[in-house]
Design a protein. Structure first.
Length: 424
């Protein structure tokens, strides 16, 4: 199958595709393709707005060619598709980016080529949804003229410890020979090793349940947080005590957003419902997690009322907008749920996040960020994202944004219980 001199094309240069293209580009010819010409220009200038790859790392990828011209893909024999797989407004899988990427690859596909998908999908999507697109675009026959593989991404945005090369990689192929080739391909860059799954469908299923499991565990502790709040118990104290047992899982309550945990379960439930099975546990967990933004806002309003703060017209500062700490990723952030719910109560909400590009926040969520919040201005402060830029200041400094009676909500339980007025 593939030889060491075969050129790889990585389709989609976001949080997943760019680190992959850079790592392969240190060893062999790689074509990094993205439909966003501005993204290509930015990367050619040695800058990555996702902050996943440093300028030095970009420079190390000496064999990487960056392009927005699909015609350049013809030189590749291995295509790795790393485009997003979001959900739509009705929480249904949106395969549009995946299908469009497959159309682009199909036009460049030649006999003997291999297409590997990394995007998270439901079991069967690669061969049932993508392969027919490849066949139509190329006029070739699957597993006769071209082949496929699936190796699910495990990128953790903002994590400088668990990087692409240090996370074990699941691989698979459409034939035993292709499975061996795909596994060997990734083994060349993944120092943590690889795991060859029995089939593409097994690899797809393994990926989608990784985050479904995490979603359900977080839903459990979110529900526990709601119960313990009614009991007057500090959830973090309870979890720390329970955590002294060796097999207690260290999950914490909070908002569940991002491109994986808050999205992937819907891919699995969609496929299950198409087969006539209506999932209950998975969707129950999703309902709990999807409702946490409204719950947080409600608790904030109650705390303000207890201090006789006029809620209608009150000002609240939300610190953090990204879906997780110390990264600029805004995809599916659920902080916006807190903002929207507070505004429904008549609260004037300002959002401050030094990690976020203000234009991106405006384009994606119609939010105008506040660059420099004024001290002594707010009736409430919500620490929504535990960026180091916030946590290192300490609760006393963060409280200075508020008036004397302001409510300080430590949503992430960063500080000691007595240092905040409200937490999950």
């Amino acid at each position: 199958m593939a030889l060491s001199h075969d050129t790889i094309a990585v389709i989609g240069l976001g949080y997943v595709g760019l680190p992959l293209a850079v790592e392969f580009g240190k060893q062999r010819a790689v074509i990094g393709f993205d439909i966003n010409a501005a993204r290509i220009a930015e990367l050619r200038a040695g800058s990555d707005q996702t902050r996943e790859v440093s300028p030095d790392e970009l420079a190390e990828a000496r064999h990487l060619t960056l392009t927005a011209d699909p015609g350049d893909l013809a030189a590749a024999t291995i295509f790795i598709v790393t485009v997003p797989t979001p959900i739509d407004a009705h929480k249904r899988p949106d395969l549009t980016p995946l299908i469009k990427a497959s159309e682009t690859v199909g036009r460049a596909l030649k006999r003997g080529d291999t297409v590997i998908y990394e995007s998270t999908v439901y079991p069967g999507a690669t061969e049932e949804d993508c392969v027919p697109v490849l066949e139509r675009g190329s006029g070739l026959i699957y597993n006769v003229d071209f082949f496929c593989g699936y190796s699910p991404e495990r990128i953790n945005p903002g994590d400088k410890t668990h990087r692409l090369t240090t996370i074990r990689k699941v691989t698979s192929g459409s034939t035993p020979e292709v499975a061996e080739m795909v596994d060997a391909l990734y083994a060349g860059i993944i120092t943590a090793g690889t795991y060859k799954a029995e089939s593409i469908r097994v690899a797809e299923a393994a990926k989608v349940i990784e985050n479904t499991q995490r979603d359900l565990n977080i839903a459990l502790v979110n529900e526990l947080a709601i119960i313990f709040n009614r009991m007057g118990l500090d959830t973090d104290a309870v979890l720390r005590a329970a955590g002294t047992k060796w097999n207690f899982l260290p999950f914490r309550p909070g908002l569940v957003g991002g491109h994986c945990i808050g999205v992937d379960p819907y891919y699995l439930t969609h496929k299950a419902e198409a087969l006539g099975y209506h999932p209950q546990v998975i969707l129950a967990g999703r309902r709990i997690n999807d409702g946490m933004g409204a719950y947080v806002a409600g608790q904030m309003v109650k705390a303000m009322l207890k201090r006789r703060i006029q809620v209608d017209g009150a000002r609240v500062l939300v610190l953090g907008l990204t879906f997780k700490e110390n990264c600029p990723d805004l995809r599916n952030t659920r902080v916006v749920d807190v903002v929207a719910e507070l505004r429904d109560y008549g609260v004037q909400v300002d959002v401050h996040d030094p990690w976020v590009d203000s234009e991106e926040a405006r384009a994606n969520y119609a939010l105008d960020l506040v660059a420099n919040p004024e001290a002594g201005t707010y009736d409430g402060i919500v620490l929504a994202v535990a960026h180091d830029a916030f946590c290192d200041k300490g609760s006393e400094v963060l409280r200075r944004y508020g008036r004397d009676a302001a409510v300080f909500c430590d949503l992430k339980s960063v500080f000691a219980p007595l240092d905040s007025d409200l937490r999950l």
